[in-house]
Write a new protein. Structure first.
Length: 68
């Protein structure tokens, strides 16, 4: 019978776990960038500079600007 501890030691489980952690980290970074972009736009910083600083696409920053 396969136990959970046995499953956690498999290569498939380890790869899936790593992939999930990386995805979560990426989503967190994106969320933080979007929050910083919104703050900069609220301080009337130009879209071009906000995109440069946050490393977001200009279109993403324009969308945030439209929402405020």
């Amino acid at each position: 019978m396969l136990r959970l501890s046995d499953l956690k030691n498999t290569k498939v489980y380890q790869e899936a776990l790593k992939e999930g952690e990386e995805l979560g980290e990426h989503r967190g970074e994106q969320k933080a960038k979007l929050a910083v972009a919104a703050k900069l736009l609220n301080r009337d910083m130009a879209v071009k500079y906000v995109a440069e600083i946050t490393e977001l696409e200009i279109e993403q920053v324009r969308q945030i600007a439209k929402q405020k």
